[in-house]
Design a protein around this ligand. Structure first.
Ligand SMILES: *[C@@H]1O[C@H](CO)[C@@H](O)[C@H](O)[C@H]1NC(C)=O
Ligand SMILES: *[C@@H]1O[C@H](CO)[C@@H](O)[C@H](O)[C@H]1NC(C)=O
Length: 827
């Protein structure tokens, strides 16, 4: 115990600084079930220490263990000691006596996920010609902001019908007061004249540098400030106006470096009782080759925000559809935009045209004005009185939508997240009426996968909100899973069976009957999630379409010319909002086809659907929780709805994620480098946990920390002393022979372990196999080495690779599909 305390204390030195060093430690998120064993017993048994609560997720903790840095042989010889320890505990637990806390610690871990760093990519601004001058109309409105006349998205003199149409809402008295929008982005310049009065510091945080203020530190950290200005730039003498200029903005900084799932999850719930809207202008790369979505932990956080955020009315998540249209990308290949919990926003330009960058897909709900046809968005920039006139892309579309939602929430604070979506569907306006994508859908509405239900019209939206009758609670109905010709996919992602995709495609139908709807308490259709298993030698050749009983077709996947992945669709979820309000009874038919090329082919293995909508009988409504499903075919079991507060049905799962990255900076600071074992240490640890989920586990964690803190100063002093006389701590135990080490040895580890190898692989066989499938055996680490500059290049690339003048489809031949390395952990 002595040894344990000692090593834990040393680690705490760096925990206190709140930075996460992925070189010296492996981080995990565990979901703790206190009925089986205390958190202290669990951490002792696993050889980990608790760092903090995982954001706002109840009973979830971020823990860490020193990474074992040894230059071992191949990856397969390296094991993850924590996951191994858990596996051993679980194997033992059925033999354990009642009082044997340690043995039962295995049962107390409902879920574990190793954390890796990954980079979310900003929706890069699209290069634009300078905006043309427009005639000032500010005088009539008593506005002195000098650039108001450049803000055509507020007052468009050339084409008055193409604006966000919010001036009349201001005149009705709604300016966003009392509403907070959080920008999940690269920071926010809270010293800006335009934003400082509207900045909500207490709901802001920097998850990249683990500091309380989201200061945009990198030169390119202008994106979040520009987006925030679109919503909340003040009515003053600086730049222009925000759509909800009396609303408040918060910011969580996550885009300025790699981030792990636990921090991304926390960022999406940060301040979620007070923040109403999370504006997200980022996602997986928009290069037309990636298919990637949020990891399970992030899904949980999103649903946590939906079910419990904003006092239970649900956080409003707004996502930009993506800027990859010119490279053939579609927002249905992005798990954030095709989530039912996101309002997915595409772009429309000042002439009402679809900009070349704006991604289409059936998850698009609405369009909002942004750059294109020679004009961009004028907004606040980083700097005390600096303005940006070249902001654009779907990055700028999403905040314009968020601004309208802020006005609507001032008018109607009781709107739930689904009311926000219903109002979008019902009040958007057709733009580009000659575009061939428009189709009449249920209720006589028009839908176009490029624009969703059309351009968001502020006045219509808020007027409708004022008269809106809140929707009934949400209903869910999952169909059976169809296995086509014994189509199967095992947990390693290997396919078998299925029907060969001939030139005219393969179709399969699922019937919905009246009594199924009654049994599911299902009244009115909203979203449909379609999960497909398709094996194909070239994913970009595949087309997937869903046709409703009423004959309306959602094209879920169109061919993507850049997508050469050979991993198919391993239980990928597509989403469509195009069938909103449609009759559900009858046959729903999925058609899978490819380009019938001689060189590439594949098979359709299986599919299912989840219908989401509103209930018939509100008194029988159930809140849905995420259950961890391995997307195997056939599925292990149908997921069950869970009552809101007793999440006992979530499967327990050892799910090592793919690989541990080396932090770009290569800082090798030892554990004793930055100790601050003082009182504010406690604040750091407690942050960003909220107090509304207070439970005994948390107290245990706190107790753990405070006990350790007592001796930390002394220990730190000793270590510093030894280091300073050049003492080399090499207690390193090389475990070439045995991949297992005992917990005692593990506890002694951290002093030696500065973790330079950092490529401590998890030895997960499934990864090996997945890598083989994609031919990326040596790949995963390359991606993350030089990560930081790679990210900047990426940003540049997005801006320069697809300018409008360039012929579309220029793709580097030697690419790596990052998504594939992530694949096994997606759902
Ligand atoms: C945040 O929301 C909580 C719960 O509604 C409320 O009690 C608290 O006063 C709010 N804080 C601020 C700063 O608005
Ligand atoms: C499918 O493609 C593979 C590889 O290109 C080829 O070897 C195989 O013969 C093809 N199968 C059919 C049935 O065309």
């Amino acid at each position: 115990m002595r040894l344990f305390a000692l090593s834990s204390i040393l680690i705490l030195g760096s925990v206190a600084a709140s930075k996460r060093n992925y070189e010296t430690h492996n981080f995990y998120v565990i979901e703790h079930d206190a009925r089986h064993a205390s958190l202290a017993s669990v951490s002792a048994a696993l050889g980990v220490e608790v760092v903090e609560r995982a954001g706002e997720l109840p009973n979830h903790y971020l823990v860490r263990a020193p990474s074992f840095s040894g230059e071992l042989g191949s990856r397969s010889e390296q094991r993850d000691r924590v996951l191994d320890a858990l596996a051993r505990l679980r194997a033992r637990s059925h033999l354990a006596a009642r009082g044997d806390e340690e043995a039962r610690a295995g049962d107390a871990v409902k879920y574990i996920s190793r954390q890796t760093l990954r980079q979310r990519v900003k929706r890069a601004p699209i290069p634009q010609e300078p905006a043309e001058d427009a005639r000032a109309v500010a005088q009539r409105l008593g506005i002195t902001d000098p650039l108001f006349d450049k803000q055509w998205h507020l007052v468009n003199e050339e084409a008055p019908e193409h604006s966000m149409n919010v001036i009349p809402i201001w005149e009705m008295g709604y300016t966003g007061e009392g509403v907070i929008t959080s920008f999940v982005d690269d920071g926010l310049d809270y010293t800006s004249e335009d934003l400082k009065d509207n900045f909500a510091a207490e709901f802001s945080y920097d998850f990249n540098d683990h500091e309380s203020l989201p200061t945009p530190k990198l030169p390119e950290d202008t994106h979040g400030t520009r987006c925030a200005g679109q919503v909340a730039a003040g009515k003053n003498n600086a730049c222009g106006l925000g759509i909800a200029y009396d609303s408040k903005v918060a910011a969580v900084r996550i885009l300025s470096g790699p981030i792990s799932d636990v921090d991304e999850a926390a960022s999406l719930n940060y301040g979620f009782q007070n923040v109403s809207i999370y504006s997200c202008s980022w996602g997986p790369p928009d290069n037309g080759r990636v298919m990637e979505g949020p990891d399970f932990l992030i899904d949980k956080a999103v649903l946590n925000g939906i079910n419990y955020g904003r006092g239970g009315k649900g956080s409003v998540f707004v996502f930009a559809s993506g800027n990859g249209a010119a490279s053939g990308d579609q927002c249905n290949f992005d798990g954030y935009t095709n989530s039912i919990y996101s309002v997915t926003v595409s772009a429309v330009d000042h002439k009402g045209l679809r900009p070349y960058y704006s991604e289409a897909c059936t998850a698009n709900m609405v369009a909002a004005y942004s750059s294109g046809s020679g004009k961009a968005i004028t907004t606040t920039d980083k700097g005390s009185n600096k303005c940006a006139s070249s902001h654009g892309g779907t990055s700028a579309a999403a905040p314009n939508a968020a601004g309208v939602f802020a006005l609507a929430l001032e008018a109607r604070p009781d709107l739930t997240w689904r009311d926000i979506q219903h109002l979008c569907v019902e009040n958007a306006r057709v733009v580009s009426p000659d575009d061939d994508g428009w189709e009449t859908v249920a209720g006589g509405r028009m839908y176009n996968s490029k624009f969703g239900y059309g351009a968001l019209d502020g006045l219509r939206y808020v007027q409708a909100a004022l008269d809106w009758k809140l929707v009934k609670p949400q209903a869910r109905m999952q169909t059976r899973t169809v296995q086509i010709e014994d189509g199967m996919m095992n947990p390693m992602g290997s396919y078998s069976g299925g029907q060969f995709i001939e030139a005219d495609g393969v179709t399969s139908s699922i019937g919905v009957k009246w009594d199924m709807l009654q049994d599911a308490n299902f009244e009115l259709l909203e979203h449909i999630v379609i999960r497909v298993w398709i094996d194909h030698t070239r994913r970009g050749d595949v087309q997937v379409e869903l046709t409703s009983p009423g004959g309306i077709t959602s094209v879920l996947a169109e061919p993507r010319r850049a997508d050469n992945a050979n991993t198919g669709f391993p239980g990928w979820d597509f989403m469509t909002v195009k069938h909103w309000g449609e009759e559900m009874i009858g046959d729903w038919t999925l058609k899978v086809s490819d380009q019938a090329s001689a060189a590439n082919n594949g098979s359709f293995l299986g599919w299912n659907m989840v219908f989401w909508g509103s209930v018939i009988d509100a008194s029988k409504a159930v809140l849905y929780d995420v259950s961890h499903e391995d997307p195997v075919l056939p599925p292990h079991e149908e997921p069950q709805p869970l009552p809101p507060t007793t999440a006992t049905n979530t499967k327990t799962y050892a799910k090592p994620t793919i690989f541990l990255t080396s932090e770009e900076s290569g800082s090798s600071s030892t554990v004793a480098a930055t100790p601050e074992p003082t009182d504010h240490d406690e604040e750091d640890i407690a942050e960003p946990a909220a107090d509304d989920h207070e439970d005994s586990d948390h107290e245990v964690a706190d107790a753990l920390h405070s006990e350790q803190r007592k001796v930390v100063a002394g220990i730190v002093f000793i270590v510093a002393l030894i280091s300073s006389v050049g003492g080399v701590f090499i207690w390193r135990r090389r475990s070439n022979k045995s991949p297992y080490i005992t917990l005692q040895e593990g506890r002694a580890m951290p002093m030696s372990d500065t973790g330079r190898s950092a490529l401590a692989a998890d030895g997960n066989d499934s990864d090996e196999e997945a890598d083989e499938r994609t031919g990326l055996r040596s790949g995963p680490y390359q991606h993350h080495q030089g990560f930081h500059s790679g990210f900047l290049d990426d940003d540049e690339e997005e801006a320069h690779e697809y300018p409008p003048s360039r012929s579309p489809g220029r793709v580097s031949p030697a690419y790596r599909d990052e998504a594939e390395t992530q694949r096994p952990s997606e759902t």
